[in-house]
Design a protein around this ligand. Sequence first.
Ligand code: SF4
Ligand code: SF4
Length: 251
Amino acid sequence: MEKQDKAPLRLDPEHQFRFQCRPGISCFTQCCQDVTIALTPYDVVRLKKAVGLRSDEFLDTYTLTLTKENRLIPLVVLKMNEEDKRCPFVTGEGCSVYDDRPWACRMYPLDMNDDGTFRIIADPSKCLGLKETETWQIGDWLVDQGVPIYDQMNILFSQVTGPLRAQEPDIDNPQIFKMTFMALYNLDRFRDFVFQSTFLQRFHVDPVTIEKIKRSDVELMKFAFDWVKFGLFGQKTFQVKQPEPSKGDNE
Ligand code: SF4
Ligand code: SF4
């Protein structure tokens, strides 16, 4: 096994590392403060359910949206408490949303490189779990932390973000920014939009899908990704309904 202080920057899933995080360790919950945790749409789906809020309430209460000029999809990050810079979900006993904690928290002390390899991002002088004797193979660690379902959902998200990075579409209509953000992150608002506007009169959506997106946030999120791909990239993920012929047309 590699000496951890000099852990290589590209580790594959077979690589082993020493780690155990547990209550009682002197650094317990220290990593849950003053940290930038970017949230994916799936992170928001899980967290808003964990705290029992609608997506708009969750976003207002617990996140910051960092916009950048010409960047269509802003960065959504967890908002740390103003007074002590701690995560709003951390308690003396640990993470209060542990089962639904974000991808980045599941990965820690690791992070993923752009090429799909991994690296240890925690400082071993601060994250004392890296000095514990328990040994993990990275692949097993990821499964143990519940990362694979997040990876599956994030791959779907990257099908939206990837082309945007590659194409840099020239969009300056603020309405498109708003709609894109709503579809990706504000799912309960997007559901209202689908069911309370003329959306279903304008697009073919089969009845099974309608039932699925009524009941399941994950299905709605996939539907919303398709909607963004249709709107931004012109992909044929939606079919526009033809207007009904008026009565006099065939006479
Ligand atoms: S969500 Fe949980 S694990 Fe992540 S920073 Fe907050 S308290 Fe820590
Ligand atoms: S710093 Fe490392 S060992 Fe300490 S609580 Fe955080 S993840 Fe666990």
